[in-house]
Design a binder for this molecule. Structure first.
Ligand SMILES: [Zn+2]
Length: 368
């Protein structure tokens, strides 16, 4: 059973996050932070139009074939970015990152979107044997953020593509409303290439050759000097609601929902709905539902009802488990032993954390 000793009185976050803190009224630190930030994400219709017009003015260019890049996963956030870009008349190059795990629904969503918007689609297909070996290594290492491999590769690929096509702007699906309040212990820093390399050197059988990488120094320098392009978080400029966005996507593109945040990938679903709750004893649905409560999209009672439901349909779980194990080449015994082994920290392996600590200090001084 999960440890739910204390649960926030406003959202559904609880002490399965070891860093959670509560005030005297039992309200968690995530709710308290969001109460300050969320009102800044609410706009009048005029403000919303103004924000979008500013983005269009900055990004639109007659000179180039494309004026921006959109990384399209087929999920709600990135699909809605494509819809907004299309409505603004922007000429986007869409990039689909194929790591071998994307669901058919996600791929079909992507096709519908680029067809309707008349956008070009560049598909990056990962070197599967190498990526499979990396994913196996992360399983064996026992660290929490197996998904950082995909996130890291997407980041590096977007950087390379932007350079290739000489594009300055990246329309990103990152947004505060649906993504805020993720406990730090539940994820790891995606840029940490030293961590990836060390884990692969200890547990892998292949050298990293084709897997797209970007080291932390380059990443931070490019951020500092704007070399990685300008990331525009367009969803932070509109009244973004996942429920409304899905309605619009269904209406405009015939887009289909795949049943859970980030479940557009079979692996992500199995990771979030099986590996994390089973081995690491936490349930990411709590973060996503809590964000929706704070945004006024659902009530706390509705979220509690949702949490009471099975996280995985038993038949689906059996099928997905078989599929994932077979694809990664793990036997039942091997996989069972890894799931039963105590979790390890990312910091049990070499890491670029020191670079980020310096960066944080510099930033702190700059802001002081
Ligand atoms: Zn809370």
């Amino acid at each position: 059973m999960q440890n739910t000793q204390q649960q926030c009185t406003k959202c559904v976050m609880d002490t399965t996050d070891p860093d959670i803190r509560f005030d005297a009224q039992g309200v968690c630190n995530y709710c308290l932070e969001a109460a300050i930030v969320l009102p800044k994400m609410k706009f009048t219709a005029e403000q919303e139009q103004e924000n979008l017009a500013k983005i269009k003015q900055m990004v639109h260019s007659d000179a180039n074939k494309y004026d921006c890049v959109i990384g399209l996963s087929g999920g709600v956030d990135s699909s809605y970015v494509a819809l907004l870009a299309h409505k603004l008349g922007l000429k986007a190059l869409c990039v689909h990152f194929d790591n071998g795990w994307n669901s058919e629904i996600a791929v079909s969503n992507i096709k519908k979107i680029v067809q309707k918007c008349n956008y070009d689609l560049a598909t990056y297909v990962i070197d599967w044997p190498e990526f499979k070996d990396l994913q196996r290594s992360f399983f064996k290492a026992g660290v929490v953020d197996i998904e950082m491999l995909t996130d890291h590769a997407i980041m590096a690929t977007m950087f390379q593509l932007r350079k290739k096509y000489k594009l300055k702007y990246i329309l990103s699906g990152s947004n505060y409303v649906t993504e805020h309040g993720m406990p730090l212990k539940w994820i790891w820093r995606k840029q940490d290439l030293t961590n990836i390399r060390d884990i692969q050197s200890k547990f892998g059988t292949k050298k990293i050759k084709n897997f797209p990488t970007m080291n932390s120094v380059k990443f931070q320098l490019s951020k500092l000097f704007g070399l990685g392009g300008t990331y525009i978080e367009i969803l932070n400029g509109v009244n973004y609601s996942k429920v409304d966005a899905m309605e619009a996507l269904k209406r405009e593109f015939g887009w289909e929902y795949y049943g859970g945040k980030h479940y557009e990938s079979v692996f992500t679903k199995f990771y979030q709905a099986y590996i994390l709750p089973t081995k690491f004893k936490f349930d990411k649905r709590k973060v996503h539902l809590s964000a929706q409560i704070r945004n006024g999209e659902i009530t706390r009672d509705e979220a509690l009802q949702e949490l009471a439901k099975d996280i995985y349909d038993p038949i689906q779980l059996k099928n997905d488990r078989q599929y994932v194990l077979k694809k990664l080449g793990f036997s039942e015994e091997e996989f069972g032993a890894m799931m039963a082994a105590p979790p390890k920290q990312h910091l049990d392996y070499a890491s670029d954390e020191w670079i980020f600590n310096i960066w944080r200090k510099l930033k702190g001084k700059k802001n002081a």
